[in-house]
Design a protein around this ligand. Structure first.
Ligand code: CA
Length: 219
């Protein structure tokens, strides 16, 4: 999952970026409205965490411009507790949800997960196919009732695939979900994670579409 974090407060931004990366998200951090706008034009994101009070261009203007060009990425706005008008304006401009500052990190993570799930068209977080059961929220996986431990990166690859079961994602698309700006990527990294996942979840769980990429079956 790749997130755009838009936040001009360095302390808050750093804490959020670290938290989200620790959860296995690829995070691009834009520090002002113009940078956010540029990032949104250049990259597909699974969700945006958008501060409204920003230098150079307000969060509301960034959101309005994105929606006006047909960008339908899920947007979670972060606003101050007393700014009811901002929240209303944000929702009216096409935000999907909002969080009141200061917010609890576990609530933020839950709302991001819910947003990504809804955008993918299903409210269910658990994925079940055959004897494979995956719960990305609890980070629990089992095969035939036996617990399987997956690394944060393996979960990140898996989440990119199970949000869109039956759809093929290219290696580049999976890489985009895993790595933020300026991250060095070994050329065979995705293959290594896929190999690890097949070893743990069964050789046929992730299918290779020759020359196209990878997919998991519809649950
Ligand atoms: Ca701000």
């Amino acid at each position: 999952m790749r997130l755009l974090l838009v936040e001009d407060d360095m302390m808050i931004g750093e804490a959020l970026a670290n938290l989200l990366r620790g959860e296995g998200y690829a995070v691009d951090w834009a520090h002002d409205g113009i940078a956010a706008d540029t990032a949104l034009r250049a990259q597909d994101y699974d969700a945006i965490l958008l501060d409204l009070g920003l230098p150079r261009r307000s969060g509301l203007d960034v959101l309005k411009a994105a929606r006006a060009r047909g960008c339908n990425v899920p947007v979670l706005i972060a606003t101050a507790r007393d700014a009811i008008e901002d929240r209303v304006a944000g929702l009216d401009a096409g935000a999907d949800d909002y969080l009141l500052k200061p917010f609890d990190f576990s609530e933020l993570l839950a709302r991001v997960r819910a947003l990504v799930r809804r955008a993918a068209g299903h409210g269910q977080s658990r994925y079940v196919h055959g004897d494979v059961v995956l719960d990305p929220v609890r980070r629990e996986a089992s095969v035939g009732g036996e617990r399987v431990v997956l690394s944060a990166r393996e979960w990140a690859v898996l989440e990119a695939l199970i949000v869109r079961p039956g759809q093929t994602l290219s290696r580049q698309q999976i890489e985009d979900k895993l790595y933020g700006w300026g991250t060095e990527i070994a050329s065979n990294a995705i293959e290594v994670y896929i190999h690890g996942l097949r070893r743990k979840l069964g050789p046929d769980f992730i299918r290779t579409e020759r020359g196209l990429g990878y997919q998991v079956p519809v649950p």
